[in-house]
Design a protein around this ligand. Structure first.
Ligand code: GTP
Ligand code: MN
Ligand code: MN
Length: 368
């Protein structure tokens, strides 16, 4: 048998939520190229195109071995014409012209730099780019009126664009735990997002908070935030309330993908002394370690859905919802799963996968 022919005969399911996608995989060169094009599409607000590149990349991440030639791709799902063309180019030439052009384009570089400011989305960045603003310094000099989030984003730009390490995440987890237990003993705190999937670094740290006695978690976030603020841990925070209306049949159906939990988008000040392998240089007293932290509070009865919905990856979540709708005629959100009108209860992620007729995929294999 010729090497590499195995891939074509292995049948690969087409939804990312049907596959195991580990963090470390065998096709980094290809997925890096596709990710650039996905990012560029997203920055250009072309969501459909972005998703197509992300799906192609996710497929390659789930393969058990390195792709060495285009003939190995025959029969694989998720590879559209454009993605296939890019993959073939990289396999043959080592690079893709389109990817190289994108990486070096002034617009892509500027859009990345500007959306790298906390509080700045693609729309705003594009408007500024058209005005000749290409960097955070340009923005600073422009005299534009910025909102509170953007001012914080600009102020802590460098710190926030350093990857958050696992040890920083652990240190922040301890602070969050102290805060939560100070205002509500018995509450449970779970690390979610990329760190739960086993990532060693992240752009932020995400936590889910709940309490076994349903209802005790109500109004928790403002108290936690006050405690953190009083202790000097917060450089910025924006808390949004729970706008959730429960009916007798269970949580309301989602109006959109946005969920309605109490949550807090924040920037923590981390004392460099509290963790050992900080990448930040001495003297520590002069350094502000700013870290983006997301806090979410969920009622206990919705905890499994919140956990599944906030563990990611973003593409994995999108694929779960797509599977639910198109293959099962169900609606999945971070609050609930509905089989038409019927609310399906679950107290663990395993139960949700079972309701959906999917094999359970552990968090470390949701890195689609
Ligand atoms: P890094 O932070 O970049 O390391 O990766 P991450 O996977 O942790 O990304 P992020 O912190 O942006 O999001 C974590 C998870 O929360 C992802 O699965 C998102 O889909 C989910 N998430 C983020 N914002 C929202 C939101 O507003 N609503 C819901 N339901 N989920 C969200
Ligand atoms: Mn995260
Ligand atoms: Mn987050």
């Amino acid at each position: 048998q010729k090497p590499g022919l195995e891939l074509a005969v292995v049948s690969v399911p087409s939804y990312a939520c049907q596959r195991h996608t580990p963090l470390l995989h065998h096709n980094i060169t290809l997925t890096d190229a596709l990710s650039i094009l996905a990012e560029n599409a997203e920055l250009g607000e072309n969501e459909g195109r972005g998703v197509a590149f992300r799906r192609a990349a996710a497929l390659l991440k789930s393969l058990p071995q390195e792709v060495r030639g285009a003939e190995q791709l025959r029969g694989l799902p998720c590879l559209g014409e454009h993605s296939l063309r890019v993959i073939k180019e990289v396999l043959e030439d080592g690079v893709s012209l389109e990817v190289e052009t994108t990486t070096h384009s002034e617009q892509f570089k500027a859009m990345k730099a500007l959306t790298g400011i906390f509080g700045v989305g693609a729309k705003t960045a594009d408007r500024w780019f058209r005005e000749g603003i290409h960097t955070p310094s340009d923005l600073q000099r422009s005299g534009h009126t910025l909102n509170r989030a953007q001012r914080a984003g600009l102020q802590y730009y460098d710190e926030l664009n350093l990857p958050v390490t696992k040890s920083e995440a652990v240190a922040i987890g301890q602070i969050v735990e102290r805060a939560v237990h100070a205002v509500l003993p018995g509450a449970e705190i779970t690390l979610i997002g990329g760190f739960r999937r086993g990532k060693q670094t992240g752009h932020d740290v995400d936590f889910l908070i709940t309490h076994p006695d349903e209802g005790r978690e109500e109004g928790l976030m403002p108290k936690v935030v006050s405690w953190l603020e009083a202790q000097g841990f917060l450089l910025y925070q924006k808390t949004t309330g729970n706008s959730y209306l429960e009916s007798k049949e269970g949580p309301a159906r989602p109006a959109s993908n946005m969920d309605r939990f109490e949550r807090c988008f924040s920037i923590f000040r981390l004392n460099p002394h509290t963790h050992s392998d900080s990448p930040h240089p001495l003297p520590q007293t002069l350094v502000v370690v700013a870290v983006r932290v997301d806090l979410v509070v969920s009622p206990y009865s919705q905890f499994a859905f919140a956990l599944l919905g906030w563990t990611g990856s973003k593409l994995f979540e999108r694929e779960l919802r797509r599977w639910a709708v198109h293959e099962k005629a169900m609606t999945l959100s971070s609050h609930a799963l509905y089989d038409r009108k019927r609310y399906l209860r679950a107290s663990s992620e395993e139960e949700i996968f079972a309701h959906l007729g999917l094999e359970y995929i552990p968090p470390c294999d949701r890195n689609a």
